[in-house]
Design a protein around this ligand. Structure first.
Ligand code: WTA
Length: 654
């Protein structure tokens, strides 16, 4: 057995207690954490009320902490008023005005730092620019930008005037962008000409033009930040350069005070059915969750350089690039590109050169860098690092141990953080100065988070090591408020299963003898490919929209770097393609999915069959397809199949 395999078998038994050097300086040690937990257990609502008063700058203090009269549409701090951008910028201008807020490095090596004062000035200029275009409180603004500070500036400028932003990941296609523009009814798009990624230019302006040529009629103006300076098409009536708009704007813009429940942003994510859902987050509760979790989980201090590698197009980029660290007055690092340009040492070189102290990334990146070899991190001085984090997918013990040994030099705490777009902030994680860690476990819920595991009938499972649905049994401030424009779907997707008693996360989990949680993965038809959430149904409808495709079924297949990859089974109109024809059509379908959704959703494997395995009642046998995708021996009963002969075709053996 290889040493990695041995580790993976023994992994679950290892325990790494916090090291005394870390505990000594930590914001929270075990005693303080216990006190917080006890306070939350004693008075859940009172605990969150105290946290909100202590951590958030309110323009009008709230008097009502939780309103549960319309549960599960919970409202927090609803008679309080605040502004998220004032919390992230203005409140630091006194003590931290000249402190660096953002250290930025482009993929090509260009770099620039922004102090809090400079960031504030730029946000105000853009906010004034938005106002000059007629954008006001409650209007939706789509942000489609590369990972440059201007993406954060755009988010903050929207928040400053009470406009609701919806960031669309730059890797999504024009068609996905159009869907999101139409669902939000956005009046404005803030885009860039392009971004640098993997040595290429991602042409964001062209995708914006294409999206707006095919729909999105609510959009009046497009602000274009000039990043890549390649030539772009220009619609003089609609398009405005960012630099032209900002040239004449004042560096002062009074924040628009909004009610705590005013939506701060919408962020689209995949579910098991239908189109992506616009997850709606509030201003007050969301900001509180992002803010306190930075202190509890990342032990954030004034001298830290915090690098969360997530793109702002994902929730991790919202909470741990933009709102959480900035509301704490931290210095963040933003990097535009991929980890392997010019070589697999790029991340470690950035850590060295920018003095990164806290590094937060996804297991996919850890596995890819582990595969690249220990010699890359060995070239760089990583001695400033003091805390490592993981997010977005289950981290396997081998990857955890590599992170611990090679990056953490067996000294640094690792926080494996479980949460979701819907939860707004980290829900379960070790607290680094207090919680002993175990490779592969996100350990325990944070204070004020009431997690549990229930069986099919909704009974809480106390028994150890028995798996079940991961649920949250009490409302928490940073929870989603609804699905934009579809409250029924909010209730049916997250609450209906157990009669509104629990928030159902969509993951399964079990607990060990120490009460530690182990996430086992999604229980619905959601895939997690390289830390990105994709719905199997979305990919199936993209495939079926191709003229040659009659029917498609998509499943996940375990992948050693990406965690999961997309595996599609397809039936065609006309004869089943074979040989060179099948290869050509596979390529065409992969490109078609990239066009419909984005390159992240491209199937790694496509198998053509005469039909799909269905039961006599017509249901696609997904479990069978999953086994076939994994290359497993088929032991399931296929006698109920309409056409048992196709199993060999699906398995690529006929
Ligand atoms: C998965 C990302 C195991 C999980 C913040 C969840 C994880 C989904 C972890 C949410 C973790 C996230 N361990 N699984 N530490 N973190 N997940 O909305 O399946 O993009 O439901 O939010 O990712 O993905 P989302």
């Amino acid at each position: 057995m290889s040493s990695d395999k041995i580790e993976s078998v023994l992994g679950e038994k290892r325990v790494f207690p916090p090291r005394p050097e870390f505990v000594k300086k930590a914001r929270l040690d075990a005693k303080k954490l216990d006190a917080l937990r006890a306070a939350a257990d004693k008075d859940h609502v009172g605990f969150w009320g105290d946290q909100a008063r202590k951590n958030i700058a309110w323009q009008t203090p709230f008097t009502r902490t939780l309103d549960d009269s319309k549960a599960p549409n919970y409202q927090w701090f609803d008679d309080g008023r605040l502004n998220a951008s004032a919390n992230c910028l203005d409140r630091h201008l006194g003590a931290r005005g000249d402190k660096i807020a953002i250290r930025f490095e482009g993929e090509k090596g260009d770099a620039r730092n922004w102090t809090y004062k400079e960031l504030h000035a730029e946000v105000c200029k853009l906010a004034n620019g938005l106002l000059s275009l007629g954008i006001t409180k409650g209007d939706r603004v789509i942000i489609y930008m590369p990972m440059t500070p201007e993406a954060v500036i755009a988010m903050q400028a929207c928040a400053r005037i009470g406009a609701i932003h919806s960031v669309v990941f730059g890797g999504f296609s024009a068609a996905s962008l159009k869907d999101r523009i139409e669902d939000t009814g956005a009046k404005l798009v803030i885009a860039a000409d392009g971004g640098n990624r993997g040595g290429n230019i991602i042409d964001l302006k062209k995708a914006t033009d294409d999206a707006l040529a095919s729909g999105g009629k609510t959009v009046e103006k497009v602000i274009v930040y000039q990043r890549t300076k390649h030539s772009v098409n220009w619609d003089a009536k609609r398009d405005i350069w960012w630099h032209d708009l900002l040239a004449t704007q004042s560096e002062r813009c009074d924040p628009v005070w909004v009610e705590a429940e005013h939506p701060l942003f919408l962020l689209y994510t995949s579910g098991s059915t239908g189109k992506p859902k616009g997850i709606q987050h509030s201003t007050g509760g969301y900001l509180l969750g992002a803010h306190v979790s930075c202190q509890w989980v990342f032990d954030l201090r004034d001298d830290d350089v915090f690098w969360c590698t997530a793109d702002v197009g994902w929730v991790t980029g919202h909470s741990y690039v933009c709102y959480g660290p900035l509301s704490n007055g931290a210095t963040i690092l933003m990097y535009e590109g991929v980890p392997t340009i010019p070589d697999a040492g790029r991340f470690w070189k950035i850590c060295q050169e920018h003095g990164v102290t806290i590094f937060y990334t996804a297991p996919t990146a850890i596995r890819a860098l582990m595969k690249a070899g220990d010699e890359w991190p060995a070239k760089y001085d990583l001695s400033k690092l003091r805390l490592l984090g993981s997010v977005g997918e289950p981290i396997n013990p081998e990857a955890w141990m590599w992170y611990h040994r090679v990056i953490g030099k067996e000294k640094l705490p690792i926080v494996d953080t479980w949460w979701q777009t819907e939860t707004g902030a980290i829900m379960m994680s070790p607290v680094p100065g207090a919680t002993p860690t175990k490779p592969g476990s996100c350990t325990q819920p944070l204070p004020g988070i009431a997690a549990g595991i229930v069986d099919d009938s909704g009974n809480l499972i106390d028994q150890l090591d028995q798996g079940g649905y991961l649920v949250i049994s009490k409302p928490w401030p940073s929870m989603l408020r609804t699905i934009w424009g579809d409250n029924d779907r909010y209730i049916s997707a997250y609450w209906a299963q157990f009669k509104n008693k629990y928030y159902v996360a969509g993951d399964s989990a079990h607990r060990d003898a120490d009460g530690y949680y182990w996430i086992m993965g999604r229980i619905d038809d959601v895939l997690n490919v390289a830390g990105h959430r994709l719905g199997t149904m979305e990919i199936e409808s993209a495939l079926v929209s191709h003229p040659r495709v009659a029917e498609a079924a998509v499943v996940g297949r375990p992948h050693d770097v990406k965690g999961e990859s997309v595996f599609a089974f397809v039936t065609c109109k006309g004869p089943r393609p074979e040989g060179a024809e099948a290869d050509a059509l596979s390529k065409e379908l992969r490109d078609h999915v990239a066009k419909e959704i984005g390159a992240i959703a491209k199937p790694d494997d496509i198998r053509f069959a005469e039909n799909l395995p269905k039961t006599r009642s017509g249901k696609i046998m997904r479990r069978l397809l999953r086994s076939i995708a994994k290359g497993e021996e088929i032991t399931q009963d296929i006698s109920t199949l309409e056409n048992p002969g196709i199993v060999a075709q699906l398995a690529g053996k006929a």
